[in-house]
Ligand binder design. Sequence first.
Ligand code: ATP
Length: 366
Amino acid sequence: MTTPADLVCKDLTKDFDKFRAVDRVSFEVPQGSFFSILGPSGCGKTTLLRMIAGFQFPTSGDLLIKGKSMIDVGPSKRPVSMVFQHLALFPMMNIGKNVGFGLRQRGVPAAEIKTRVGRVLERVGLPGIEDRQVDQLSGGQKQRVAIARCMVLEPDVLLLDEPLGALDLKLREHMKIELKSLQAEFNTTFVYITHDQSEALVMSDNIAVMNKGRFDQIGTAKELYYEPANAFVAGFVGDANKFSGKITARDGQTVSLVTDGGVTLHAQAVQAVPEIGARAQIFVRPEAIALSKTAPANSPNASARVVDSVLFNGANSMVLLRDPQSGELLQVTLPQTGAFLGLAKGDTVYASWEPAQARCFAAEAA
Ligand code: ATP
């Protein structure tokens, strides 16, 4: 790695009595990069972020910022700042006072506060709004003010706790792009927690997928999407069809599996190839599946299926296909060629995919 890490966590662990909320988590975040921690509710994201901020004391492990251990450094002394989901702007203060709050706490002279507040508001694209009140701003503007209030303190690391969670869908889509460009503008290390995979995929240089207190995989959005390390990551990142069943044959990394519904499928095993007879899961992305009106030649995963429903959503339209024998549903991206626009419930089409496009993992322990 050429860029030195701004933030390093080594075997960071947090126990609440007998419950382990964060379990030996290790990672490094290079200076100026956007790092997201993605995981379902209750997986330990907030606890991890609070340990980095200093609000929660780790049970064991170490945490370094710019090479210095933070374990014995209190929250106000750490070079980090945090944006909360509900932004926590003070409604009784105008924008200038809100943004200058941390500087006043630090005893910075008034004239310098005025200059720095003016400068940071300009950098977030809101010049001259110091005298406005919080309730006079839109949701997106409040978001930028919350970031300005943190960035004026020039932290080494900015922590963001699901800051888009309270926004409506349209604004959230817009703010994803805006947050990414603000991060590039400040060139500050961002650590962002979310349970929304699309936020993490769009904005991050690297993403850690967290599950039950642990990091299952750290990688770029493309690595997580195309090369998931285990069944949890394959199911959590992006849409996927999932089939459970038993392995019936193995040929190198290619395996055959009979699903619980009795359909034989072929896929590429990731890492260890499950033994014959072992329970396993196969994941296939909806866009990796080809549709055809006649049976495709030499395609091991081809089958005739009946249209259950067409979910029209412009470029993201999907069709749900039912296997006539097993009843298992397959979600397929509707091709944009127009050839399948007329598909209707009850029609029969062929769905097929290459074994290399499907991933097989040993079944997760219960
Ligand atoms: P969410 O996305 O819902 O906020 P999260 O991934 O941020 O979830 P945490 O808030 O870190 O999850 O919680 C992880 C686990 O630790 C949960 O099971 C939670 O109940 C537990 N936990 C968190 N704080 C405490 C506490 N102070 N005492 C006991 N258990 C706690």
